[in-house]
Write a protein that binds this ligand. Structure first.
Ligand code: ADP
Length: 442
């Protein structure tokens, strides 16, 4: 931050309240006082409130940092003037990646461009999302595909809902008649009978099972810039299990097929003590014991490929803005061949804890997010690791520093990602960070 920045005055729609003279208090390397606004009433609010030197502003008060919900963003972002140092937790058109239909549209376009520019082999590396159609607009294309594999299972999902709401499985076209475009109706009638937008997606019929149960993975990826693309991968995450043994014989049982915690919590036999989650470390250990280190490393490398390519698929579409960052919650499903599938990307992954362990994990994640965003100016900008975050991509792949080039040869690079590995963040942060302004180094 330059001294010129600190002299200028922010004017936001929320109103300028010039009661605090920043030009005197700010030092070159960062802020000793950060005024934050928080639109959510859960873990993130706790983390923000506990951060040394951060103070909460309410209502129309002026802010330096805003953790808002997407509704606030939609209504206010375009009218806000933000000074250089101000940060907000969403990109303006985040939905290009986080709405189910748009994500698939962008991925399909990206794959096509890859095929045209680099070739088939490269394009095939984008084959990590199940075959998907937007309904009703692509109904006819969908029907063609549907008829090619009679008897297979499909899943219908409303494009803009979450937590499993409105989702159902089907095997017969008659179950989705509502989404069939009806050419015989007039425009007016069509409008009146407009149906909600859905995606119809091929259902993964062979999910990887543990104790007979299906699960999906929640992984956190932080993007601090789209141009150039700069993305961080968090070491912790978890698997979310369904409470009912998997079978394809009953497709109507949401407790069996949908792994959302919001769904599982309502199951009659849900045990809040036991919950339905495994930490990522536990999952990685389990898979390594069962399949060996090499197989599991391949799996995790394939997941890295999903994160990076999905971000690249929207890189030219997302409005890059130096004020914005985004903490995405990726949902990944594994099949029996240990192939990872991208199910969706969430702009507002839940920070509501399901247990004490979950709360602590989310606090670590959010604290480290604030450490990377670095309102306090404690980083150099060259870090490859900040707490539990490893820099995965910075205008190109990031490799580990500990790789022994002599042993492996210079052509062997290992990605700087450690999903599901030890998260010794406190030690690393003590080593890395200058103390908060006014605090002594520990
Ligand atoms: P929501 O935004 O409502 O959570 P998702 O797309 O994440 O919707 O789907 C909810 C759940 O349904 C996932 O967590 C997963 O368990 C299951 N699911 C979704 N799509 C598929 C699919 N194509 N194949 C198998 N299971 C799926």
């Amino acid at each position: 931050m330059t001294s010129q920045d600190s002299r200028s005055i922010r004017r936001l729609t929320s109103g300028y309240k010039g009661s605090y003279d920043y030009s005197k208090s700010e030092e070159r390397e960062g802020r000793s006082l950060v005024r934050f606004k928080c639109g959510l009433l859960n873990t993130i609010q706790d983390v923000l409130r506990q951060r040394p030197g951060w103070v909460e502003v309410k209502d129309e008060g002026e802010w330096d940092f805003n953790w808002c919900d997407v509704g606030w963003l939609r209504e206010n972002f375009d009218h806000s003037y933000m000074e250089e140092h101000v940060r907000i937790n969403h990109f303006r058109n985040h939905y290009e990646l986080t709405r189910k239909n748009l994500m698939v549209k962008n991925l399909k376009r990206y794959r096509k461009n890859q095929e045209r520019d680099v070739g088939r082999l490269e394009a095939s590396k984008c084959d990590f999302f199940p075959c998907t159609f937007a309904l009703p607009s692509e109904y006819h294309l969908f029907v063609e595909e549907f008829k090619r594999s009679p008897g297979s299972t499909w899943i219908m999902k409303p494009v803009a809902k979450s937590q499993g709401k409105g989702i159902f499985l089907f095997r017969k076209l008659k179950d989705i008649m509502d989404w069939k475009k009806d050419g015989t109706r007039s425009e007016e009638q069509k409008d009146a009978a407009q149906v909600e937008s859905y995606v119809a997606q091929r259902y993964i019929e062979n999910p990887y099972l543990i104790n007979g149960r299906k699960f999906d993975l929640r992984v956190y990826v932080l993007v601090t810039s789209y141009v150039p693309l700069k993305a961080w991968l968090y070491r912790d995450g978890f698997g979310r299990f369904s409470s009912t043994r998997f079978s394809l014989s009953s497709i109507d049982d949401k407790y069996m097929h949908l792994t959302n915690v919001a769904v599982q919590k309502t199951a009659p036999d849900y045990d809040p003590e036991k919950g339905c989650k495994w930490q990522m470390q536990q999952l990685r250990r389990y898979l390594t014991a069962k399949h060996g280190r090499e197989t599991v490393e391949t799996l995790f490398t394939e997941m890295d490929n999903i994160f990076v390519r999905s971000l690249q698929s929207v890189q030219k579409v997302i409005i890059n803005d130096k004020h914005c960052f985004e903490l995405y919650g990726y949902d990944i499903l594994l099949d029996q061949n240990l192939k990872p599938w991208l199910i969706e990307v969430n702009a507002s992954p839940s920070y509501t804890p399901s247990s004490q362990e979950d709360y602590e994990m989310k606090c670590r994640l959010l604290e480290d997010t604030l450490n990377v965003v670095d309102m306090e100016g404690r980083l150099t900008g060259k870090e490859k690791r900040v707490g539990g975050y490893d820099l995965m991509w910075n205008d190109g792949p990031i490799y580990r520093e500990d790789v022994n080039v002599e042993t492996f040869g210079s052509s062997c690079f290992t990605a700087n990602t450690h999903l599901g590995c030890v998260n010794d963040r406190e030690k690393q942060l003590r080593w890395l960070l200058k103390p908060f302004p006014g605090q002594k180094r520990m």
